[in-house]
Design a binder for this molecule. Sequence first.
Ligand code: TXD
Length: 309
Amino acid sequence: MARKKIALIGAGNIGGTLAHLAALKGLGDIVLFDVVEGVPQGKALDLSQCGPVEGFDATITGSNDYADIAGADVIIVTAGIARKPGMSRDDLVRTNADIVKQVSLQIKQHCPNAIVLVVSNPLDVMCWVAKQVTGFPRERVIGMAGVLDTARYRSFLAEALDVSVEDIQAMVLGGHGDTMVPLISYTTVSGIPVSQLLDKAKLDKIVDRTRNGGAEIVAFLKTGSAYYAPSAAAVQMVESIALDKKRVLPCAAWLEGEYGMSGLFLGVPCKLGRSGLEKIIEVDLTREERDALAKSADAVREPMAAVKL
Ligand code: TXD
């Protein structure tokens, strides 16, 4: 069986970490693409030399030529600029929209059948740019944010409860911004509703820290944004697609009436398998959660209006 081909557009912090994780998990051969000359080639060579030590055979190559992504099964787009302290994700909108537009035209030309995972910020808006420009169906344009936001929420909960992170099941829906919606009513510790284990004040604090989880890291790093957990989150999505695992994960998906909304990308529970987005799962929400999701959708529509395609 031929190995899958994974193309990474953007060989920055996330691109490089993604290449390493995807190779370690044996998900396929990897092409790292970037506009900066030498960086993807250098990173690819360095990463290839992990193979003998870590025991992977995947080929990892670097390129500045889009022709080299041809035939990719899955493409992860991290191209763009990252946040600096004091910047919101929406501050990136114009610069990154132009970049993601250029990237999407190339994807359309060289990989018309690929599944595209978007990571660049502001996430939900960049997903829309990629979908509009490629013209791909919604099954093949999916955004990564919910897995990361949920991982932050799960890790803060595990810390507060002094239990294993593995035993926290949760989902954070909505846009990838301050209005994201951690679903307390669906948060459990091995099936035990979290509200039985933590009081409301503590839960509210954790929800708040989750919403600002990205900014907390940007404030420390100063020169860029988080990349280890974002990479791990994107790789989990690729794994579900490449191995047809059909995992149910919170992802940004193009809504066509689900949750009473249409015409935007928003974080919702999705089943990911070999054809990409295989199903959007609609769950019952409390009135508060529904209102919060609608507010989050408004926060996604606003920067969309600032983009000319
Ligand atoms: O949850 C999420 N979705 C996110 C998103 C979590 C964390 C970070 N998130 C966003 O991902 C972040 O705000 C950025 O927009 C992207 C990439 O973050 P990363 O930390 O990898 O940024 P880098 O290190 O600056 O890398 C970006 C690379 C860099 O090497 C540029 O040269 C390249 O993108 N770049 C391009 N590549 C291809 N084509 C074009 N046009 C291009 N322009 C810049």
